[in-house]
Design a protein around this ligand. Sequence first.
Ligand code: SF4
Ligand code: SF4
Length: 426
Amino acid sequence: MSKTPQDIFDFASVSDECVKCAKCVPVCTIHRVNADEVTSPRGFLDLLGAYQRGKLDLDKNAKDIFESCFLCTACVEVCPKSLPTDMVIEQVRSDIAKKFGIAWYKKAFFLLLRHRWMNDLAFKLGWVFQTCGFKIKADIDSMNSRFSIPMLKVDRLLPSFKKTSFLNSHPENISNGGKRKVAIFIGCLANYNYKNVGDGLLEILEHLEIDAFLAKSQKCCSAPAYFTGDFDTVDNNAKFNIKYFESFSSDVEAIIIPEATCSAMFKIDYEHYFHDQPEWKARAIAIKEKIYMATEWLQNHTHLEQLLASKKKNTKIVTYHDPCHAKKMQGIYEEPRNLISKNYNIVEMSDPNSCCGFGGVTMQSEKYHFAKAAGLPKAAMIKETKADIVSAECSACRMQINNSMGNKSKTIFKNPIELIAEALRN
Ligand code: SF4
Ligand code: SF4
């Protein structure tokens, strides 16, 4: 029987349910790079149980431990009791944020995520000044810092900025015949950094003669804030997005999202976040019926697969990485493969389901050494396939995998949407 959020957030009872079978330990991303019992799923659960019973102080050591989970859900997938380790850690991070505060640079980042105009301005300034501090690698939408400073080493690849965001590059309503219509939620990284994803999605909809509504007032889904414990930002953005989606949802068949994390946030995490706000929880549940990952909807609700089958086969080899928020959280892994395989040769890497090691804002800043270590096995298994392209429907995975593969890799990253749009052009 599935657990209610009230059950989930009772840390002590979740902890008591753990039978210490250790099935979760070998798949745990943090345990693989920091093999210590306290940084394993059952270790986290033990500590959370002790915390709720008042036997563990939420001190700096506990904070450090609870912030080392990648929230990859690999443990949940294999746990015979389906214990929601990721969710209880997300919840305790709110207590950590309240007790210790949130670092100034994360606060500044989350403030941007609350206000699109500020985000637009900041990213525009980023585009103007990026060449001063960074060397641009336009072919992979990335850049290297010119200087080594804390958290910004010269060998670290970061996403580069675009002159104009995806949402500011197109009209709000795009007519492709008027028979069908979907809305697009693009997500922050694809909006500002990996713009080809949204452009590709518009091309695909044009081929399918489906109108597009670019939901231009959308705010960040708030996943970066949720994973960091900044629940004020989650509350603000989630309520705004739900109200906004409700305002147009009856005019569209679906709200499609070419991003695993944003999609999982809307479909799954909003409901959990609102576990103690019944009205908002009901609204989050109602709206999720319209939310789909882009490949999920295109595969199951259009004739795209047949259309692709009529196009030329490309000789390029593609290997597909399963984002944790797609396969483990939403069960989506066949759809992108079905569509890509119509025009490309897919060679599977040895463990496509293992986490890329992105881990969120804290992991990419204060705990970058863990993210770096967790990314290396993924980069090695991609290299082994000799693929021309590694694909995943997630821009956070893209940022992490690009960095893990490094500057000299011949394999480039593309979202499946970009590959499909390229296939339709031929
Ligand atoms: S969510 Fe991932 S990193 Fe965190 S405990 Fe589970 S397997 Fe380990
Ligand atoms: S798999 Fe589940 S029950 Fe087994 S040790 Fe891990 S968390 Fe506990």
